[in-house]
Design a binder for this molecule. Sequence first.
Ligand SMILES: Cc1cc2nc3c(=O)[nH]c(=O)nc-3n(C[C@H](O)[C@H](O)[C@H](O)COP(=O)(O)OP(=O)(O)OC[C@H]3O[C@@H](n4cnc5c(N)ncnc54)[C@H](O)[C@@H]3O)c2cc1C
Length: 260
Amino acid sequence: MTDQISQVISNGELTAGYWRIVFRAPDIAAAAVPGQFVHVQIPGLKDRILRRPFSISSVDKTAGTVTVVFKVVGLGTEELTKVPVGADMPVLGPLGNGYAMREDKTPILVTGGYGSASTLFLAECSAKKGIVLMGARTEQDLILVEEYKALGFDVRVATNDGSCGHKGFVTELLDQALKDTPDGVIYACGPKPMLYALGKLAIPTGVETQLSLDQHMCCGVGACFACVIKMNDPESPDGFRYARTCSEGPVFDATEVYYE
Ligand SMILES: Cc1cc2nc3c(=O)[nH]c(=O)nc-3n(C[C@H](O)[C@H](O)[C@H](O)COP(=O)(O)OP(=O)(O)OC[C@H]3O[C@@H](n4cnc5c(N)ncnc54)[C@H](O)[C@@H]3O)c2cc1C
């Protein structure tokens, strides 16, 4: 893990409300594995000193660059859209554990909203091409569809309002995807309710399922315990223990998670 001053190479709107920023960070690019994240000190956030975490969406090891795709949700991400090309930006990473890649199995990626950013890096690194089950509230929230297709993935879409693909939850596409992929392994990133619903559906099937839980976090390195979630612990009287998503995750096996 390094904390380096990265130089912004490009920063532009990908689609309404979603941006893609590329910055030069050779040490992070060299070390990163899919599912890890960077912790960004956003220039312009003068009175808010906490960094913001973003999944590594892609790396170019030769050029030494890292790509992040982000949704504008608040002050920090709004400021991030304003960072100009050439600006210096402190970035800590790569952080977290990343997905355990099962190269002998076919990936089934299940994503919600900006979760598609995290699994794109996995899709790039995966020798076997599989299926992406991409969920979004509406068509405008679908991101990176063409990038997944260009990598040879079969993209299946669900939107809550039916504006594109299946009308309903992305988890409703899982059954068919599992039938189509007998040697599948599930990697998922998205909102916590979606991931918890997915975990509960996937566990009885016996298919290995890895969930990237993007919990709110502060330090990003395991010191502050702001990002804990409950994990199964049969030894504990309550049946659970707390795990830090930043340092013990963000990726957890679905069977480890304590579903409330
Ligand atoms: C490991 C990890 C990876 C992430 N990867 C990405 C990514 O690739 N792309 C991306 O767009 N975002 C990602 N996020 C979420 C991103 O960090 C937050 O959206 C960002 O920090 C919000 O900052 P802000 O100052 O704009 O918003 P704030 O002003 O801090 O908050 C605005 C709104 O966003 C909500 N929010 C803040 N943080 C989170 C969070 N972690 N999860 C859900 N809601 C949140 C707040 O509750 C509030 O409603 C990731 C988060 C984690 C923990």
